[in-house]
Design a protein around this ligand. Structure first.
Ligand SMILES: [Zn+2]
Length: 403
């Protein structure tokens, strides 16, 4: 103390004898030294390095932070504290050291412990937990399984019936699973898919029937063609592993409405009776033993050159008037047919017969059976096709047979 006192006294003496400028410099120097010493002294502390398996991994301010850190690490390992390995604390003197928090210590311990793996926890439902090193294979397996049930041409969404999770986790190397076990398990999981599907479908038209006495009984004609409508429905379809389990209609929109078909049916009887009873202008009888159904008039379709009378196969075909058979043969269009020349340029033809019962050159009388009706040649159903030919030209037979 005496020496220090002497030194201070001699320092003061020196200052007294120093010039004004030198005094100022000396005071400033002392002030700077004092400020530096007090600054350094405030940051000097005893802290602790945390060692894991012999390696310093973090610095902490106190034992309790370290203990909290070990606890946190144990918690992240699902209570398997033993797997952390050897951890210890070593006291060190540090200046202004930046100390880690308990949470940071826990993570650093796990990251550096040789027996701990930094990987992923895969949870499947409530019962299965697997630990894997890499999540890429597991995530690919999840996507593959979900995509396996995509519905073509529909917006769809798939999910597992079980909760499936993949998250970062620290775990003991002992708990590490083969990733194949995880991918195999995922590839058998049940998948529920919901798809929103749009489907266009046709709507049938209705047939409206009008009856009129202004047409003969047997007259049937479509006066307005029916047009089918078009709708579009939107459905939500639910699948389990690709099999439909529920269908829920979300909407049904009319794209175009159907147009009704209109059919006119003749109910008139007087005209027919008179025709059958030979009251026609040309003195023709009816060409059949029954009334039949008039399915096509002159000019119907593509310029129909006769009248079609639908009758069952086997109905007798009769000569409407006496004359000479000038044609009795088969052709691909008329089938079996007979033509009779009645004289004065008038002929009649009877076609699509099952067979003819007369031959060329034969004389026939009115009402005589000349053929048995059928469906031969180019015919769309059993009927008699009847023609009237005047001077070599086919004309509308209607007035000749009282239609
Ligand atoms: Zn015809």
């Amino acid at each position: 103390m005496v020496i220090i006192q002497d030194a201070v006294i001699s320092f003061i003496e020196k200052i007294k004898s120093a010039t004004r400028l030198h005094k100022l410099i000396a005071f400033a120097a002392v002030a700077v030294v004092l400020m530096f010493v007090s600054y350094v002294a405030s940051g000097v502390r005893v802290t602790y390095n945390v060692h894991v398996d012999g390696k310093a991994v973090a610095n902490v301010a106190s034992h309790s932070v370290y203990e909290e850190g070990v606890k946190a690490a144990g918690k992240l390992l699902n209570g398997d504290k033993d797997s952390i390995g050897n951890t210890e604390l070593k006291a060190v003197i540090t200046v202004n050291a930046k100390s880690a928090s308990a949470k940071e210590v826990g993570a650093l311990i796990l990251k550096n412990a040789a027996s701990v793996c930094d990987g992923y926890k895969v949870t499947i439902g409530e019962d299965i937990t697997l630990f894997v090193e890499d999540k890429a294979e597991v995530e690919a397996a999840i996507q593959n399984r979900l995509n396996a049930f995509n519905v073509e041409g529909a917006e769809c969404e798939s999910k597992f019936t079980a909760q499936v999770g993949v998250e970062q986790a620290y775990f003991s190397l002992k708990a590490l699973s083969d990733s194949k076990l995880a991918t195999d398990t995922i590839s058998t999981l049940d998948v529920v898919t919901t798809a929103v599907k749009k489907t266009a479908y046709t709507v049938p038209y209705e047939t409206v029937t009008t009856r009129t006495s202004s047409q003969l009984a047997g007259y049937i004609k479509v006066t307005k063609s029916g047009v089918r409508g078009k709708n579009e429905k939107v459905e939500e379809i639910t699948y389990l592993n690709g099999a439909v389990t529920a269908t829920n209609k979300l909407s049904d929109v009319v794209v175009s409405s159907p147009v009704n078909e209109v059919i006119v049916i003749g109910t008139g009887k007087a005209s027919y009776n008179s025709a059958y009873q030979n009251a026609s202008t040309a003195g023709f009888k009816w060409p059949l033993t029954v009334k039949g159904t008039i399915t096509s008039y002159w000019g119907d379709g593509r310029g129909h050159k006769g009248v079609d009378l639908a009758v069952p196969v086997g109905t007798k075909v009769l000569a409407v008037k006496g004359g000479t058979v000038v044609e009795a043969r088969y052709t691909s269009d008329y089938g079996y047919h007979v033509t009779i020349d009645h004289g004065n340029g008038v002929k009649t033809r009877y076609a699509h017969n099952k067979y003819n019962t007369v031959s060329v050159g034969q004389t026939v009388s009115a009402g005589q059976v000349i053929a048995i009706s059928g469906n031969s040649g180019r015919s769309s159903g059993p009927h008699l096709h009847f023609e009237v030919i005047i001077n070599g030209t086919r004309v509308n037979p209607a007035p000749y047979i009282g239609l």
